[in-house]
Structure formats: C-alpha cells, structure tokens
Design a protein around this ligand. Structure first.
Ligand code: APR
Ligand code: PHB
Length: 391
C-alpha cells in the first residue's frame, strides 16, 4: 500500500487533517485503533473558539455546527454565590460556540464516508519506521493480516497514549499533574444558564456547561483518586447545588445519563516533529479542561500542519514543515499558561502544606476573582484568550 500522508488516529485532529488534505487533492490513509462505534461514543470537549469555527466554515464542514451549535457571548465567573458575567463580545468582539466534540467527530466521519476516504478502523500493532530517511512507512495488522503503508509523511494524531510520540528519539516532556480531577455528568435537563458558569467554592470548583437546549453538562472538582462509585446521583446534585448556588437562581436537576472522573494534567513535548513524522493534537500536548483548549489546540495544530503539508507536497516548499514544530509549540505554550491560570484560579488547592497555607491560597484566589470582576483590562485578557488566539 502507498499513500502520500499516513495519519495515525481518527480523533478530531486526524479526521480534520484528512479533510484539509482532500481539499488540496493530496492522498491520505487514516489508521485507527478503535471501532467507529467507540469513536462516536466518546464524550469530550464542548467549546469551539471562533477561529475553530472559522476553519470548519472555510472547509465547508460547518453544516451541523450551524444547525446545532450554540453561540455564546461570554462566561459567568463566580465565587461563593457572587456571579459576574464576562462579555466577550463587548470586551473583544468575539464569541465561542458550544458544540460537542462527539458531534464534530460524527460530522467529520460522515463527510469522510461521503467522499470515500480511506479510514481503517480497529487496526492493531501500529509501528512507525524509516522516519529519518526518504521512505517512511507504517506497519500494522488489519483483521489479523499484516500490512505496510508506504508514505511521504507520517502524522501522529494518535492522542496521549499513541505510538507516535514514543517514536521521536530524545523527546522531552514538560509536565504538571494536578492532585484533582473533574467528575463530569450529562443530564437530560435544559441548561439552567445562558452562558457557562465557572465557580470557585470552598468545597471545590464546579461548572455548568451544556450540549444542547435539552442536555446539560456539569462538572465537579474531586480528588484525583476518587471512585465514581462513591458518587451517587443524589450526592452529585447536592454538591452541584451547593457549589453553583446563587441567590435568586435555580439549578434544575434531571436524569443523569453519563458520569465519569477524569484526572487533570498539563503536558507539552519538546518537539512536534522528527524527520518525516509530525505530531498533532493530544499526541503533543494536554491541557486541563478549565480553559476549554484541548479540542481547539488540536484544530490549530492541523490547520498549521495542513497548510505546511500542502506547500511541501504540492509546491515542493519545505519551509512550513521545517517551521511547524516551533510555530505549533509557540502557540501551545501561550495556551498552556492560560489553561494553568484558569485552573489555579478556580480550584481548591488542598495540596497546600497546612491549613494556614490553604486559607492563604484560597483567599488570594478570591482576591484574584474580585480584581477580575472590577478590571476591564483583566477581563479583556481573559476574553481574548478564551475566545481564542489567532491560528
Ligand atoms: N493506533 C491507531 N490509532 C491509535 C493508536 C494506535 N496505536 N493509539 C491511539 N489511537 C487513536 C485513538 O483511538 C484516538 O481515536 O488516536 C486517536 C486520538 O484521538 P484523540 O485522543 O481524540 O486526540 P486528538 O485527535 O488529538 O484530539 C484532541 O481530544 O482528548 C481530547 O481534549 C482533547 O479535545 C481534545 C481532543
Ligand atoms: C464542556 O462542555 O464539556 C466543557 C466546557 C468548558 C470547559 C470544559 C468542558 O472549560
């Protein structure tokens, strides 16, 4: 088998890159470890920056997004019941769109089906070879049969656990683990808010998001090693009511249809490329979800990489590919500091060494939020970053 670009992973990064290449008439094959059903069942991020929406529009991939996406003009920030609206439109003239990663993956896959893309699901034993030379190739097993895919370029869009990152010799990782995670639920109840609510409370962070006008998505800060079995539906609603509560506002409860706990980490590689291999999305970096940047970073990477691949393969100009890693990482480190800042500001840091240090930390976070509520300059900075840096 031979293709121009071998893409490992059919998450949002791999699927979107396939569409960018297809539009430029460049051949690709996507190798995916899991099944189509598994891909479609994964519930993940939910906020698209305006730049991400624009990219999907330019590629003609926004039909479902236009129909089902919810345009939001800002977010609510809250500490102990005091809620403040940060209005992105007023502050920086930009919006964000609530649209689940699950819906995006469904749409990108449907469009690949329509154009007849070569996507292999449930392939095993994916290994990368010859990345230093002029004949890179990927070996794999498909339905028990061994195969080799020869290509010009390999793109590692295989997420945090995939085989691409370990194939980069001498790669370093910069990392921070948080001692907490998010317990997330989906509930069959109309959202109780217009814009998303991010709340700091002495019991821990909580947030109210949504997937549609019928389905709410809510999160609670929990300890990293907590078991979901210890969180009954009643206990979850109780904690949400306490942490999100605000005078004159009601949080409506409904049937919980999904619940899980995700640990949080910040992670960035030292390089996004090696020879003919280029990393994109979660393969190269992870953010805690507080700034809603994971999916948007994957889209930013493949937008940059797609343009560089088109320049290289169509025009023989290697400058874009040579500069890809530095350009992607420069943007990513800005995104990392924003995600860390939002996370530190809004979570309770029980890891502080004693009660006095914990109280000091908490009170300074309240000070930080109150400064933000009173400062248009500070709000502009938050709005600029949340609505998204340029691609
Ligand atoms: N062989 C083939 N495919 C693999 C392998 C492998 N050995 N290992 C992993 N994969 C696949 C996974 O099954 C997954 O479908 O690579 C895909 C990676 O997709 P994602 O993890 O969704 O990563 P990415 O496309 O970069 O999207 C990042 O996902 O985790 C969220 O918050 C994150 O929203 C962000 C987005
Ligand atoms: C979500 O809707 O899943 C969501 C929204 C905003 C975040 C994180 C997750 O910051």
């Amino acid at each position: 088998m031979r293709t121009k670009v071998a893409i490992i992973g059919a998450g949002p990064a791999g699927l979107l890159l396939g569409h960018i290449l297809q539009r430029a008439g460049i051949g690709f094959t996507i190798l995916e470890r899991t099944s189509r059903e598994h891909l479609l069942g994964r519930i993940r991020a939910g906020v698209l920056e305006q730049g991400s929406v624009d990219v999907l529009g330019e590629l003609g991939l926004d039909a479902d997004l236009r129909e089902r996406g919810l345009t939001h003009h800002g977010i609510h920030l809250q500490h102990e019941g005091q809620r403040h609206h940060v209005d992105f439109v007023d502050l920086v003239g930009r919006t964000v769109t609530i649209y689940g990663q699950q819906a995006l993956v469904r749409h990108l896959l449907a469009e690949h089906d329509r154009i007849g893309s070569d996507i292999r699901f449930e392939v095993a034993d994916v290994e990368l070879h010859g990345l230093d030379g002029s004949s890179p190739h990927v070996s794999f097993t498909d339905g028990g049969t061994a195969g080799v895919l020869d290509c010009d370029v390999v793109v590692g869009a295989d997420g945090y656990h995939g085989p691409s990152r370990p194939a980069v010799p001498g790669l370093r990782a910069f990392e921070r683990e948080y001692p907490f995670g998010w317990l997330g639920i989906l509930a069959d109840v109309p959202p109780s808010t217009d814009d998303l609510i991010y709340a700091l409370h002495p019991d821990g962070f909580a947030m109210h998001s949504m997937r549609s006008l019928e389905v709410s998505r809510l999160y609670l800060q929990v300890d990293r090693d907590e078991s979901i079995d210890d969180w009954s539906d009643a206990r979850i609603w109780d904690a949400l009511q306490t942490r999100l509560g605000s005078d004159g506002w009601t949080l409506h409860e409904g049937a919980i249809t999904e619940k899980s706990i995700t640990p949080m980490r910040s992670f960035v590689v030292s390089t996004m490329s090696h020879g003919r291999l280029f990393l994109a999305g979660d393969a190269g970096h992870i953010v805690p979800p507080t700034g809603a940047k994971g999916l948007n970073s994957a889209i930013a990477d493949v937008t940059l990489l797609g343009r560089a691949l088109v320049r290289s393969i169509r025009d023989g100009d290697e400058a874009g590919l040579d500069g890809y890693s530095d350009a992607a990482l420069a943007r990513q480190w800005k995104v990392q500091q924003f995600s860390q800042w939002m996370t530190d500001m809004l979570h309770v840091h029980r890891e502080a060494p004693d009660a006095s240090a914990r109280d000091f930390r908490y009170r300074s976070q309240v000070g930080q939020l109150e400064y933000l509520f009173g400062s248009r300059h500070a709000q502009e900075s938050l709005a600029e970053q949340y609505a998204g840096l340029p691609f």
